[in-house]
Structure formats: C-alpha cells, structure tokens
Ligand binder design. Structure first.
Ligand code: AMP
Length: 395
C-alpha cells in the first residue's frame, strides 16, 4: 500500500490531504496558515476525529513541508517519509501549455513560474511548494494538476474574446476558465451515477462556492465555462463581481478618482459580489439569513440565482441540449433553497426538482422521477482527483 499527498499551496497557506492509494481512503488532512506572517497555525486531523494543532512561526513553504512531514511521523500517521510515494500539486494557471496534468521536473516548475502573470499570487506559491517537495522527497512521483487543463478542450469560438485577434496571438489574451479539477470530477461522477458513458452525455456543472463557475461538458469535454481570462468573470461570487461591462471600469475610476487600474480590479475581486451588493457578508449563509429583513441582501440572492440560471440557459444553447445539471461546492452542495430556486426557473427546459430528494447535502439525484433533465448534488473532491492523477501518471 502506498500513500499519496495532495497539496494546495496559496500565497501564505498550504493545505494537504494524505491518501492510501489505490483505495482512496483519506488518512489525514490539514492546513498550515499564515506562512511567513508570524504565529503560523498548523493543524492536522486524522484517525477517529483526532486533531493536532500548534501555533508557531513557519517562515516559508519549505519549512511548512518539512514540519508537515515530520509531524506525520511524530503522530504515527506514517512510519517514515518513504511511505509517501506520490505528491500532487494543485496549480491555478496552466495557460495553453498544460492540456493535462504533468510530471513535475525543473522545466515544469519554471513553466509554472513563467505563467505567474496569469495568476500572480497562486502560481508563485505553487512553484515554491513543488520545489520544497522536490528538495525533501526527490524520488517520489510528483505531479502538477492544473485548474485550467480541463478547459483546454474549449473551441476557439468559446475561448476567444471579440477583441483584436493580435491580442490573443501576441499576449495569449483569452478565456482560460478555472475550477477544472472540480468540474472534471463531478462530471465523471455524474456519468457514473447515471450509469451512462460520459461520451454520450451533455452535462452542465455548477461549482457554486465562494468562487463560482459553470461549465458546459459535452461528451466529457469542457466546451465552455463561465470564468474567463481570470476567475473574476462569470456569475456573481462571494466577493467577485462576475461579468460586467468593461466600460464601467473607466466610468467608476473617474467617479471614484482612482488612477491605478489595479485598485479598481481589486474592488471587483474583493469588494463586489454578494459582499458588495448586500453590504452584509460574502458568505451565502449570512446573506440568505439577512435577506429575510434586508432588501439589499434579498436582491443579492436574487442576482446570484439569476446569473446561474442565465449561464445554464446559455450552455443549453451551446450544447443544443442538456441531460444533467450538477450542483457542487459550498453553496451548491449545502443550500437546498438556492438549488431549488435555480431549478424552479428552468422548468421550460424539462427540469423539475423533487423537494424531498433535494433535502440533502450528500451525493444524490434531486430531480423528480421522469424529469427530462436529471439534476444531481455531488460533493466535489478535487483532492481525490489529484491523487488519481498521481496514479495515472506514475511511471
Ligand atoms: P466553498 O468556497 O466551496 O468552501 O463555499 C463557500 C460558500 O458556501 C460560502 O458562501 C458559504 O456560505 C456557502 N455555504 C456553506 N454552507 C452553506 C449552507 N448550508 N447554505 C448556504 N450556503 C452555504
């Protein structure tokens, strides 16, 4: 039996999940937060509800990886580092270069760093995480899994913006999408649950978390997705605006006396979406609760539902049909009210939700018996998809 570890490195954090493979059992999972910021918090949960937590200074990702591996041994979760035979790193931006997950070597790490202009905070931290593992465990299978790879099957008509072609040719200015690992996992799982080959299915996957994106999956391939050049585009999110008219950027900069365009983009990324609309919170639970009495919160929820419905409508048109709609991620998996509101506006397409079946947070078919479109709730599992990629690419 071998163990593989899935790593998700952020600018000041490192999340991990350790699996027994090929059984896919989760042996331990945890998080190092505030790396390089002092008072770092390092936590691991394992076994039967056992928990380890310590607050100490962890200056960089290399030290975080060292501490993590040492602690796994100290807690008897592994007997030695040798037990770990694979590591998979989640990478946000793979550009046009990475059409699939890739075995990590020095060239790949360099390419991930070179792609940092598409995701400045993320790709740099992810490259640091890869180097740290290469340094400490040089001989294990190391795989990079890109958020964008699943969307590299989009046709030109979907990924090109209607701007001068030379901007695409010179600067690669185009739609890349995100959340690809999640859309890949839930679309495959949906096909399994429906007992049909994915090649024969048209599926719309709705990843509705703090970040949210909708993908049209035709025959197992992403043919369009709502996020764009960056994860700012698409539906309304926790703090991100989603799609807006680009002219608003110039108009608002003028009104707000903002001279640095990055400041404006920051507002669209961090102060917009549910937070900006409701003035209450970026968290859907808070916004839903406030919507009972607060008009702005009420309209924020209405806008969220409306934008998701519109993307689903678009993708029915893109694929000229839909067999299944999948909900996943924090809001998608947990909010039966949001799911019901979205689906109840799509009855013309042949959607019909079953209120009893919809009363769930687990994997389930939630549409009514005989409905033309099957609606499913599928908790996402990006980590297991990463662990599977390690197995698939292992030499
Ligand atoms: P994620 O980014 O996938 O962790 O999702 C985070 C989002 O899921 C936040 O907006 C949460 O408010 C939302 N969420 C989690 N549980 C629920 C729930 N029971 N009802 C509504 N939203 C929820």
């Amino acid at each position: 039996m071998s163990k593989s570890i899935a790593i998700n490195a952020g600018s000041s954090s490192l999340k991990f999940q350790l699996f027994n493979m090929p059984q896919e059992d989760v042996v331990a999972k945890g998080l190092v937060e505030r790396i390089g910021l002092g008072d770092s918090i390092f936590s691991i949960s394992y076994g039967d509800d056992q928990k380890f937590e310590v607050v100490e200074d962890i200056p960089n990702h290399e030290v975080a990886v060292e501490k993590l591996l040492e602690q796994l041994v100290a807690l008897n979760i592994i007997s030695s580092f040798d037990e770990i035979t694979g590591v998979g790193h989640r990478v946000v931006a793979g550009g046009e270069l990475f059409k699939d997950s890739a075995l990590v070597d020095d060239t790949v790490i360099q390419q991930v760093e070179d792609l940092a202009e598409f995701a400045p905070l993320h790709n740099k931290a992810e490259a640091v995480g890869m180097r740290a593992f290469k340094h400490i465990l040089p001989d294990i299978t190391s795989v990079a899994v890109f958020d964008t790879s699943f969307h590299t099957t989009m046709p030109k008509k979907a990924y090109l913006y209607s701007i001068p072609m030379e901007y695409y040719k010179k600067f690669k200015a185009r739609k890349y999408g995100a959340h690809g690992t999640s859309h890949r996992y839930v679309s495959r799982r949906a096909a399994e649950m429906l007992g049909k080959p994915i090649e024969e299915l048209k599926i719309i996957t709705c990843h509705l978390g703090n970040g949210a994106s909708i993908t049209a999956v035709d025959g197992g391939k992403s043919v369009d997705t709502s996020m764009g050049f960056t994860p700012l585009a698409g539906v309304t999110m926790g703090t991100r605006s989603g799609d807006i008219d680009a002219s608003l950027v110039a108009f608002l900069m003028n009104k707000l006396n903002i001279t640095d365009v990055n400041e404006m983009v920051e507002i669209l990324n961090k102060k917009s979406g549910l937070l900006g609309l409701s003035g209450v919170s970026s968290d859907m639970r808070d916004v839903e609760a406030a919507s009972e009495t607060n008009e702005d919160a009420k309209v924020a929820v209405e806008i969220f539902v409306d934008r998701v419905q519109k993307y689903i409508g678009q993708y029915v048109a893109v694929m000229n049909g839909v067999d299944a709609i999948v909900f996943t991620a924090g809001i998608g998996e947990n909010s039966k009210t949001i799911r019901a509101r979205i689906i109840n506006g799509l009855t013309w397409f042949g959607c019909d939700i079953d209120p009893e079946r919809n009363d769930t947070r687990s994997e389930a078919i939630i549409s009514s018996e005989g409905a033309k479109v099957t609606v499913l709730n599928i908790p996402t599992n990006e980590e297991v998809e990463i662990a599977r990629d390690i197995e698939r690419l292992r030499k």
